[in-house]
Design a protein around this ligand. Structure first.
Ligand code: COA
Length: 532
């Protein structure tokens, strides 16, 4: 074994300061997570319970196997928007009857569980995860359908929700819908397109148009039960495969459906793994509050991988990117971790070679981000930084092994792309509260804008107002800083969640387990032209 040593001084002032900053950021994060947990607020939650209904997360808790964890995804969706944090939908991965499933649950306490643009993004992301990892989908439905005032943002793209359900089914990935309440209009196609449906006596309402709409359209008098009640769908229309007497019974029946799916994972579970040699709690003392100061990613790796055992690849070449092999909860991984922040030509070429090796060996890749991007300047341009960066981006884009990305610190510029940023389809991407991501750092961006404005004024022969420039720079800096923060980016669904660094090993372990439901096969060829 090649156990990583540690130089982390857990008694030193740096460690103490970094840890204090990390804990303060985690506390802020928890405050925001609490907003998602609160759903539509006390008034609506109390009303919901008074109706004898369970909140979305309690439904999920009853659905998953006792004492198993639920990996909630995108809990901060819609953060910073006009909509409630969490986007009136809970999504995540949980184990039902021993089967890892992608579970979604509308939160009916938030605007009747109606879907706004962020709900749609979150739901589509959940479907993507189910597809890529071949996870059965269980939809716990109770929704007022489209959030009507924002219908223009969701009606047309929203069709993808129903398309995805039938495509999952066509790909042999099971889909189960349990209808707890309203599921009207387009929403009716959630049970309509699912392989298995469960409806609940006097609770489920599944119709294309409710009584008022029917009256308007045809003049016919009707009621909820005869138009779309569980009893009618179970006995008459045949849309309900299973008739449940109450919510608990419906969840029990959903579990029985999963038990009978005859699901087998593509890979067997590797079994118990050795924990890292160093305490995961120490992950809080590594990343400095000021991202300009470098930190050693090997200290992070030593606290993430099994036995802190890591075999470095080319450690002497392109040392600003650490690459090497390890296991995480028993699963083999190739790790790429930024060391000094900047990616040079050597680092880019090394990364491209490493990614190809992982593809030849069918080994998933883990990208640990702390990069300010590819090096700029005459020497580097002349040395071919563009073509070397392009090599790395080519390798990442066409790699077929599953990728996991964790934003630990900076993730700026094309470095974000080369390190498998969101647009490069990592199977999962999580951010630490310490991370920041943008086209470039706020000061650099404001400075560039100022230089461009000054040159533009000079070209027109106009005077340049230095005082206004300073004000503008400060304003732009503030704006970019706010837009680089993990909560803002998570709100826009640019990651799958902001996590406590101490949970990273557990979260990645759950992701790797879910990933191995589907076959893991690397690309043997099929890369674009590598510009040498
Ligand atoms: N779009 C926007 N807001 C919606 C909404 C929707 N589709 N459905 C409900 N809301 C809002 C309500 O206006 C209400 O807001 P308020 O409390 O600020 O007044 C809040 O969500 C809760 O709705 P309420 O009707 O009190 O909840 P309920 O649990 O008694 O009933 C529904 C929930 C979903 C059955 C009912 O609101 C409804 O029928 N909504 C419209 C459904 C529809 O036709 N959707 C179009 C489908 S494409």
């Amino acid at each position: 074994m090649t156990v990583l040593p540690t130089k982390l001084d857990t008694k030193g002032p740096d460690y103490t300061a970094h840890r204090a900053t990390a804990l303060a950021r985690i506390a802020e994060l928890e405050t925001e997570h609490a907003k998602a947990l609160a759903g539509g607020g006390e008034k609506y939650v109390t009303r919901h319970r008074k109706r004898g209904k369970l909140p979305a997360r309690e439904r999920i808790e009853l659905l998953v196997d006792p004492d198993t964890p639920f990996l909630e995804l995108s809990p901060l969706a819609a953060w910073g928007s006009d909509y409630a944090v969490g986007a009136s939908l809970v999504t995540g991965i949980g184990v039902v009857e021993g089967v890892e499933c992608l579970i979604t649950a509308n939160d009916p306490t938030v605007r009747g569980g109606a879907s706004n643009p962020w709900t749609l993004k979150k739901a589509l992301r959940a479907n993507e995860i189910a597809f890529a990892n071949r996870l059965p989908v269980i939809s716990l439905v109770e929704s007022g359908g489209a959030d009507l005032p924002s219908q223009k943002e969701i009606f047309i793209p929203g069709g993808a929700l129903f398309r995805d359900l039938t495509r999952l089914s066509a790909a042999g990935i099971p889909t189960v819908a349990v209808v707890f309440g309203n599921s009207t209009a387009g929403g009716a196609y959630v049970p309509g397109m699912s392989d298995h449906t469960v409806m609940i006596k006097e609770r489920s309402k599944v119709f294309l148009g409710g009584p008022p709409l029917v009256k308007m359209a045809t003049g016919e008098e009707s009621d909820d039960e005869s138009l779309g009640g569980a009893e009618m769908h179970a006995r008459t229309s045949g849309l309900a495969d299973h008739f449940a007497v109450d919510e608990h019974d419906a969840i029990r029946q959903a579990r029985r459906i999963v038990a009978r799916l005859n699901r087998r994972k593509a890979h067997t579970d590797p079994g118990p793994a050795e924990p890292p040699k160093y305490d995961e709690d120490e992950l809080l003392g590594i990343v400095p509050g000021d991202l300009k100061a470098p930190f050693d990613p090997l200290e992070v790796i030593a606290r993430l991988v099994d036995g802190s055992d890591f075999d470095a690849f080319k450690p002497l070449y392109g040392p600003s990117l650490a690459t090497g092999w390890a296991r995480l909860h028993g699963y083999p991984v190739g790790i790429l971790a930024n060391a000094q922040g900047v990616l040079f030509s050597e680092e880019s070429q090394k990364a491209a070679q490493f990614i190809q090796l992982a593809n030849q060996r069918d080994i998933p890749l883990l990208f640990l981000h702390n990069t300010t991007g590819y090096m700029v300047g005459k020497e580097y341009e002349q040395g071919g930084i563009i073509k070397h960066g392009a090599m790395m981006i080519n390798a990442v884009a066409n790699s077929k092994v599953p990728h996991l990305s964790v934003l630990m610190g900076a993730s700026y510029g094309a470095g974000h792309y080369g390190m498998c940023g969101r647009a490069y389809d990592p199977r999962f991407l999580f951010a630490w509260p310490s991370s920041k991501s943008a086209v470039m750092g706020p000061q650099q961006l404001a400075g560039v804008l100022s230089i461009v404005a000054r040159a533009s004024a000079a070209a027109k022969g106009q005077p340049y107002d230095d005082e206004a420039d300073a004000g503008l720079r400060a304003m732009v800096e503030q704006q970019i800083e706010a837009e680089s923060l993990p909560m803002f980016l998570s709100g826009r669904l640019y990651d799958d969640g902001v996590i406590d660094p101490r949970d990273t090993r557990t979260v990645l372990g759950m992701c790797l387990s879910a990933i191995h439901t589907a076959p893991v096969e690397g690309a043997r060829g099929g890369f674009g032209v590598f510009r040498m």
